[in-house]
Design a protein around this ligand. Structure first.
Ligand code: NAP
Ligand code: ZN
Ligand code: ZN
Length: 351
C-alpha cells in the first residue's frame, strides 16, 4: 500500500478538501496511473452530497480519469509505462456472470465495482476516485486513448461520452432519424455531438435560451427552449428517440408526448427524487420509457476510437482542484460550458 493525495469529503454538508488516500501497490495485473486530468461529472456532486442516499464517507469523487502509466504489474499486456491511459466509472466486476460475459460489466449480476463509493476488495473500505494524484486499476478496466485528441478534453468521454454513446448505439440511432437531447450540460453536449456524428437530425431541448448558439455549433440542427409551450407543441409526435440528461426534477411527460408511435425516450439523468410518468404518456402511441447506465469496457473503447476517428472531444473549462466547490455551485445553476476538468497539477504533493 502507498499513500497519495486527493480531494475528499467526510460528510454530505462538508466541502471537499485535501486528504490522504491509500492505494494498493500494483499487483501482477494492475496498472498505476499518475492522473493528469479528471472531469467533473454531476454524479460526483450527487455522491459528495449523498443525494442518492448511498454515499459512504470519506468519499473522493472522480470517474473521468486520464493520465500517464507509471507502473505496470508483471502480467500486464498491451499497456506500457509512459503511455497515456484512461479510467472511467468501472474498476472491476465479477467477470463470470452473463452480463459480464456479454461485455456489459455495468450491469454485472454481482455488482460492479465503481471507481468511487464501492466496496474495495483489496484494501477494505470504499474505492476512492480520480480527484487524486494516482489510481491503481486492473488492466481489464483501463482504456487506450486516441493519440490525436487533446488529453484534458478526452477525460469527459470516460463518463459523459460513454453514457450518451451507449444508448444511442443500443437504440440504433442513425441517418433518417429525428433525435432529441434534453439538457445541454456535460452529458447533453456529448449527446448532441455523438448523435450528430451518427447522422441523426438532432434537436436540443434546453431551459437556458443563452445556450442556443453553442448547441448549434456543437451539432444541433434545431434548439427548443423547453419552457416555451408553442415551440414544444410544434414537435408533437415527431421524435424517434429522445435522450434525457437532466440532473434535477422535471416533467418527463412533456418529452414523452413528443415521441412518435413506438418511439423511445431514455433516461440517463439521475435526479434525487422519482420522476412522475403519466400512464397516458406511454399508453398512447405505444411509447417506451427506458434507462441506461454508462457502458461496458469494450464499448467504452469503441466510443474512444470513434471519437478519435471523428475528432470528437468535450468542450471543457479547466479548473484547479481548489475551485471544485465553485464548479459544483455553477453546475447547479446550469452554468457549465460544457464540462469542468480538473488539472491535477494543482493538487499539492502532500496532504
Ligand atoms: P450537468 O452538466 O449539470 O447537466 C445537466 C443539464 O440539465 C443542465 O446543464 C441543464 O441544461 C439541465 N437542467 C438542470 N437543471 C434542470 C431543471 N431543473 N430542469 C430542466 N433542465 C435542467 O450534469 P451531467 O454531468 O451532464 O449529468 C446529468 C445527470 O446524469 C446527472 O443526474 C448525473 O448523475 C447523471 N449521470 C448518469 C449516468 C448514467 O449512467 N445514467 C452517467 C453519468 C451521469 P440546460 O441549461 O440546457 O437546460
Ligand atoms: Zn459520471
Ligand atoms: Zn458480473
Amino acid at each position: 500500500m502507498f499513500v497519495c493525495t486527493g480531494f475528499s469529503t467526510g460528510a454530505a454538508d462538508q466541502p471537499l478538501g485535501l486528504a490522504k488516500i491509500n492505494r494498493r501497490d500494483p499487483g501482477p495485473r494492475d496498472i498505476e496511473i499518475k492522473i493528469r486530468y479528471c472531469g467533473v461529472c454531476h454524479s460526483d456532486l450527487h455522491a459528495a452530497r449523498n443525494e442518492w442516499g448511498n454515499t459512504v464517507y470519506p468519499c473522493t469523487p472522480g470517474h473521468e480519469i486520464v493520465g500517464e502509466i507509471t507502473r505496470v504489474g508483471a502480467e500486464v499486456t498491451g499497456f506500457k509505462v509512459g503511455e497515456l491511459a484512461g479510467v472511467g466509472c468501472l474498476v472491476d466486476s465479477c467477470r463470470t456472470c452473463s452480463n459480464c460475459k456479454d461485455g456489459l460489466e455495468q450491469y454485472c449480476e454481482n455488482g460492479f465495482t465503481g471507481t468511487y463509493n464501492s466496496p474495495d476488495a483489496h484494501l477494505g473500505g470504499m474505492t476512492q476516485g480520480g480527484y487524486s494524484s494516482h489510481v491503481v486499476v486492473d488492466q481489464d478496466f483501463v482504456l487506450h486513448l486516441p493519440e490525436n485528441l487533446d488529453l484534458a478534453a478526452i477525460a469527459p468521454l470516460l463518463c459523459a461520452g460513454i453514457t450518451t454513446y451507449s444508448p444511442l448505439r443500443h437504440w440504433k440511432v442513425g441517418p433518417g432519424q429525428k433525435v432529441g437531447v434534453v439538457g445541454l450540460g456535460g452529458l447533453g453536449h456529448m449527446g448532441v455531438k455523438l448523435a450528430h456524428a451518427m447522422g441523426a437530425r438532432v434537436v436540443l431541448f434546453t431551459t437556458s435560451p443563452g445556450k442556443s448558439e453553442d448547441a448549434k455549433r456543437l451539432g444541433a440542427d434545431e434548439v427548443v427552449v423547453s419552457k416555451n409551450a408553442e415551440e414544444m407543441a410544434a414537435h408533437a409526435t415527431s421524435f424517434d428517440f429522445i435522450l434525457d440528461t437532466v440532473a434535477a426534477d422535471h416533467d418527463v411527460n412533456a418529452y414523452l408526448g413528443l415521441l412518435k408511435r413506438d418511439g423511445t425516450m431514455v433516461q440517463v439523468g439521475a435526479p434525487e427524487k422519482p420522476l412522475a410518468v403519466s400512464a397516458f404518456s406511454v399508453i398512447f402511441k405505444r411509447r417506451n420509457f427506458a434507462g441506461s447506465l454508462i457502458g461496458g469496457i469494450a464499448e467504452t473503447q469503441e466510443m474512444l476510437d470513434f471519437c478519435g476517428e471523428k475528432n470528437i472531444v468535450s468542450d471543457i473549462e479547466i479548473i484547479p482542484i481548489q475551485k471544485i466547490e465553485e464548479a459544483y455551485a455553477r453546475m447547479l445553476k446550469s452554468d457549465v460550458k460544457y464540462r469542468f476538468v480538473i488539472d491535477m497539477a494543482s493538487l499539492p504533493e502532500a496532504a
